[in-house]
Design a protein around this ligand. Structure first.
Ligand code: NAD
Length: 459
């Protein structure tokens, strides 16, 4: 396997060195072709995601295909502007000069993606890697085989394999790929595997983006609007059956608000998914038997307030609310990544802080509160990748906002123009004029030292 992977990667290196991908019109042409191909295969993509884990078509359209198409439209529209060298103010010390930033493709990029939004999280980095002029190898998740096959078909209909190649397979394939020399690695997945990828990249000094996970808190204080907060939390939590990296992992609710919120959460779950959520067409299934068992295990020894139904044959778990798990419980020690929502009450802000700080820096955090001062404090005092006040998930919906984690939830960010920057090396170039050459910088150094200090404003 290693041999054939090495040969394919080598072919991409050779292709990159031909300079073909430096041609912006060539890149734009391929992105347009990709756009047309996604539109043409949109139904097949929806069917593949449904076959993999019954992802509702509506969710595939809004969070996978149309999400990617919107990014493609933005990139195609702005690419010619983004690739232009950017002139920046020059230093008077270098007079005469003009100073520039050139966006240069890194070269050969490896993109490893997870299963939860398998189309979006493979295609989004790909389109920016291509837009920036790189070649790329994609390693989609083995847990969504139907979607990975559609991605492979789609990619091979648009790109030559020496430009973009899909390598399907499990962790072993990913490990073989990591043995190769890459110019950039873009990884989305768990913190555990992120560390492995980071170590492997460090051994070759390869730059990385790591889009990881974590336990994202959702705080509801005593001033929140309970029915609205519940509706927005239930939507963000149970979309994709809770298998969303930025889903609220657990609720921290003020004791005065707990009862009301709980009542409204149950009302929302019933109104979204009916009395028997297994019959709802709008609830995805758990991705694999192993994840199903893991989630079931998280419920043992916990007090279930609502839900808790499951069906192993269908990998179904109903939206479940868990009451007051302890800090040391399994459910509070790992990222839940499923339709289970613990509810923990707090009495004062120091209790709240202790809970949030215990989880490390999460990928997302949410606050439902009408107190402006608390909103400000929440943003200022807690470190998290991104978040929304009085709603959930929406920080991902604006391409002008960076998407990424901090600390153990990730390294680097992307979306919109930032994605193009992520896959480009920003090369600094000073172009000097030849008609003037101040001599004072050359030895022997005759300029008085106190004059140097007086010239500080020009450094
Ligand atoms: P995962 O880390 O198990 O797998 C991700 C990818 O890594 C897969 O393609 C897998 O084949 C590969 N892989 C597995 N073991 C490997 C190894 N030893 N070496 C190299 N590659 C290996 O993650 P997952 O279960 O697919 O996805 C769920 C996780 O991803 C959650 O933690 C979630 O929070 C996170 N996630 C983060 C984001 C984000 O944007 N930050 C988005 C989606 C998911």
């Amino acid at each position: 396997m290693q041999n054939s992977i090495s040969q394919q990667v080598e072919a991409q290196h050779r292709y990159f060195n031909t300079g073909q991908t430096r041609d912006v019109r060539f890149r734009k042409g391929l992105l347009k072709k990709l756009q047309a191909e996604i539109v043409r295969q949109e139904d097949a993509i929806c069917e593949a995601l449904y076959a993999d884990f019954k992802k509702p078509k509506f969710e595939t359209l809004i969070a996978e295909t149309q999400f990617v198409l919107a990014e493609l439209r933005m990139i195609i529209k702005h690419l010619e502007l983004w690739v232009k060298p950017e002139r920046v103010p020059s230093s008077i010390l270098n007079f005469p000069s003009s100073d520039w930033i050139y966006n240069e493709p890194y070269g050969n990029v490896l993109i490893i993606s997870p299963w939860n939004y398998p189309f979006q999280l493979t295609l989004l980095p790909l389109i920016s890697a291509v837009a920036a002029g790189n070649t790329a190898v994609l390693k989609p998740s083995e847990l969504t085989p139907k979607t990975s096959s559609v991605i492979q078909k789609l990619v091979s209909a648009v790109f030559e394999p020496e430009h973009v190649l899909v390598c399907q397979g499990d962790a072993e394939v990913a490990k073989s790929l990591l043995k190769e020399k890459w110019d950039y690695i873009f990884f989305t997945g768990s913190t555990r595997v992120g560390k492995i990828v980071y170590e492997s990249a460090a051994s070759q000094l390869t730059p990385v983006t790591l889009e990881l996970g974590g336990k994202s808190p959702c705080v509801v204080d005593e001033t929140a609007v309970p029915a609205q907060a519940a509706r927005r939390i239930v939507w963000g939590k149970f979309l994709n059956a809770g298998q969303t990296c930025i889903a609220p992992d657990y609720i921290l609710v003020h004791t005065q608000m707990k009862e009301q919120l709980l009542e409204e959460l149950i009302k929302s779950i019933k109104s979204f998914f009916g009395e028997n959520p297994e019959e709802s067409k709008d609830l995805a299934r758990i991705i694999s038997p192993a994840h199903f068992e893991r989630l079931k295990g998280l419920l043992s020894n916990e007090k279930i307030l609502f839900g808790g139904a499951h069906n192993c044959a269908d990998r179904f778990i109903s939206p479940t609310l868990v009451d007051e798990p302890s800090k040391g419980s399994k459910i509070m020690q790992e990222e839940i990544f499923g339709p289970i929502l613990p509810i923990i009450s707090y009495q004062n802000e120091s209790e709240l802080e202790a809970w949030i700080h215990a989880g490390g820096k999460p990928l997302a955090a949410y606050l439902f509160s009408r107190r402006k001062s608390f909103q400000k404090k929440f943003v200022r005092e807690f470190s998290f990748g991104g978040g929304t006040i009085n709603d959930t998930l929406l920080q991902i919906s604006n391409k002008n906002l960076p998407f990424g984690g901090v600390g153990k939830s990730g390294l680097g960010s992307y979306h919109g123009k930032r994605s193009f920057n992520t896959f480009s090396h920003q090369k600094a170039v000073v172009k000097r004029g030849t008609w003037l050459d101040f001599r004072f910088k050359y030895p022997p150094y005759n300029i008085p030292m106190n004059l140097i200090k007086k010239m500080k404003h020009i450094f």
